[in-house]
Ligand binder design. Structure first.
Ligand code: NAP
Length: 242
């Protein structure tokens, strides 16, 4: 019997990349997983790969009514994982405010409103795994708004951990380092992607990128370690240790 047998998990961004790897892992451990994302095709494919333990709910997390509908589709939530969102790269003088707003709408307010609606359905012993990123702790050129977002998620996770401890709900943040093999849009032309990756790799002591599965291992730890709360877990090959 898996250690998540009988649990229900909502995983936003579960249709691809890190979210999908987490969904696959949780399902393998016995959880029923509800995947949320905007693209029905992506969700269908993900559900097909995971099998009977999975279902998809088309959701744009930037739209609070859709987040509410997602949460309404589940009677009880044991695990909430919020990986939905993308990234915006560019020099501060070039990226328009709307791009940062759109990023925050999905990736910050999407996580906050998922917690807002889910908490009343979370019994004692349940857990929330938020998702930030290495830029919350390490400066990343051309990513000022994304860095602010990651820092905001880290701060939100710590505050929620303290706020929700009396309800028996643990809250932690998974902070991924450079993870390849996902569908994230790096907004770099194909001919420049290797140079872009090499420039980042120089800063990673382990000199390699992560896999989504390594992120899923960390998310499994955060789902199951009953004493872990208020943690920002950097899985980044040592990037933030430098
Ligand atoms: N890969 C990395 O190196 C890295 C590093 C640090 C942090 N992160 C963060 O980790 C998270 C997962 O990224 P990933 O690398 O796994 O990329 P990914 O494969 O693109 O996963 C992101 C998922 O979020 C969904 N999504 C995006 N906007 C959404 C919205 N408004 N509403 C609902 N779903 C939405 C996407 O599906 P739809 O487009 O179908 O909605 C997609 O399935 C992201 O927040 C990313 O910024 C990634």
């Amino acid at each position: 019997m898996g250690s998540l047998e009988g649990k229900t998990a909502i995983i936003t961004g579960g249709g691809s990349g890190i979210g999908f790897a987490i969904a696959e892992r949780y399902a393998r451990e016995g959880a029923q997983v509800v995947l949320a994302g905007r693209s029905p095709q992506r969700l269908e494919q993900a559900v097909e790969k995971i099998g009977r333990a999975a279902r998809g709910v088309v959701t744009d997390v930037a739209d609070e009514a859709q987040v509410e509908r997602l949460i309404d589709s589940v009677p009880r939530i044991d695990l909430l994982v919020t990986c939905a969102g993308g990234a915006v790269f560019g020099p501060v003088e070039q990226v328009p405010r709307k791009s940062w707003r759109d990023l925050f709408d999905a990736r910050f307010f999407g996580q906050l409103s998922a917690c807002h609606h889910a908490v009343p359905k979370m019994p004692p012993g349940s857990a929330i795994v938020l998702c930030s990123g290495v830029a919350g702790r390490a400066a990343l050129v051309n990513y000022s708004g994304g860095a602010a977002l990651c820092g905001a998620v880290n701060a939100m996770g710590r505050s929620l951990a303290v706020e929700l401890a009396p309800k028996g709900i643990r809250v932690n943040v998974l902070s991924p380092g450079l993870t390849r093999g996902t569908d994230i849009d790096w907004q770099v032309p194909p001919e420049k992607i290797d140079a872009f990756m090499s420039s980042l790799m120089e800063r990673i002591p382990m000199k390699r990128t992560a896999t989504a599965r390594e992120m899923a291992d960390a998310a499994f730890f955060l789902a199951t370690n009953a004493y872990a709360t208020g943690v920002v877990l950097d899985i980044d090959g040592g990037w933030t240790a430098v």
